[in-house]
Design a protein around this ligand. Structure first.
Ligand SMILES: [Zn+2]
Length: 289
């Protein structure tokens, strides 16, 4: 049997639009005020309910990269969400959406600090939802140092964006010893870059068909086994361009757009499952992952 192409739906389950703040490792919500006790998650919870409805409708198993510190806040607002999230592939996305590289905050954490923060994140996830197997770096800020640390703690990474990504290949990243399942970018009909982050779809700047074209191009290449799409739940409830919380009409429009997108996808698989199947192909063809 030939290699098949997997479509992966990944979700960065983080606080309401996390942004980096100079001088501290932890993120801040750009939508509403975090309180000292809890990160802001109202938009995230709203969007997550919609995503879970759609995943259940289309029988999609997604991969969720979770900012661990938001789990208590989510649980307080809606217990059932956590139960529904448990059915998906679980990855970690920091404890408090830390910038582990210092790129956005100016603070470069030590190896020990990163390691302790990730251990704390894994503990909270184990307590609230389950042990994460994968990792995606907050802001996708990734470097050799972080690659090294996460290789000891997780079984795959999905933090790197590679043009026409041949997934599972670890490119230009010393220290990474686990499979990389990267995000990708391509070119649209007008030769403009388009990313598998569904950012522009949710902002209303791109159509579903453009993402399907990107997927078609990827899956036509037998060298490319996966296409990893990514989405933020809060982005269903918050429009970045106008800095406004979406009203119900806007939210239902976005839901329809996502519904249309999901209805057109084939062979959707969570990352851990896709890696397992890909490994079987590779071992049959003598390739080593
Ligand atoms: Zn994030």
């Amino acid at each position: 049997m030939d290699n098949e192409h997997f479509t992966i739906i990944s979700v960065d389950v983080d606080r309401d639009y996390p942004i980096a703040v100079a001088g501290r490792m932890e993120a801040k919500s750009a939508v509403t005020e975090d309180t000292p006790a809890e990160p802001a998650v109202k938009a995230t919870v709203k969007g997550m309910r919609i995503l879970l409805d759609l995943f259940e409708k289309f029988d999609i198993k997604a991969t969720l990269f979770i900012e661990a510190s938001i789990l208590p806040a989510i649980k307080r607002l809606d217990q059932t969400i956590i139960k529904r999230m448990k059915k998906h592939d679980l990855g970690n996305h920091g404890y408090a959406h830390e910038d582990f590289t210092g790129k956005g905050t100016g603070i470069v954490p030590t190896k020990d600090k990163i390691s302790q923060t990730l251990d704390k994140a894994v503990e909270i996830m184990k307590q609230y939802i389950g042990r994460p197997t994968g990792f995606r770096a907050p802001y996708l800020n990734f470097d050799n140092n972080l690659a090294n640390i996460i290789s000891q703690k997780f079984s795959y990474d999905s933090s790197i964006t590679i043009k026409n990504a041949r997934t599972l290949q670890i490119e230009n990243m010393q220290g990474l010893t686990i499979p990389e399942v990267p995000l990708t970018t391509g070119r649209d009909k007008n030769n403009k870059p388009i990313s598998t982050y569904l950012w522009q779809l949710l902002e209303g700047n791109r159509e579903v068909e453009e993402y399907l074209d990107l997927l078609k191009g990827q899956s036509a290449n037998p060298q490319i086994p996966f296409t990893v799409f990514a989405i933020h739940p809060w982005h269903i409830a918050y429009h970045i361009g106008s800095r406004k919380i979406n009203d119900e009409r806007k939210i239902s429009e976005i839901k329809k757009r996502l519904e249309h997108f999901f209805s057109r996808l084939d062979n959707i698989s969570p990352i851990s499952e896709a890696i397992k199947i890909q490994r079987q192909y590779n071992s049959k063809s003598g390739k080593i992952l």
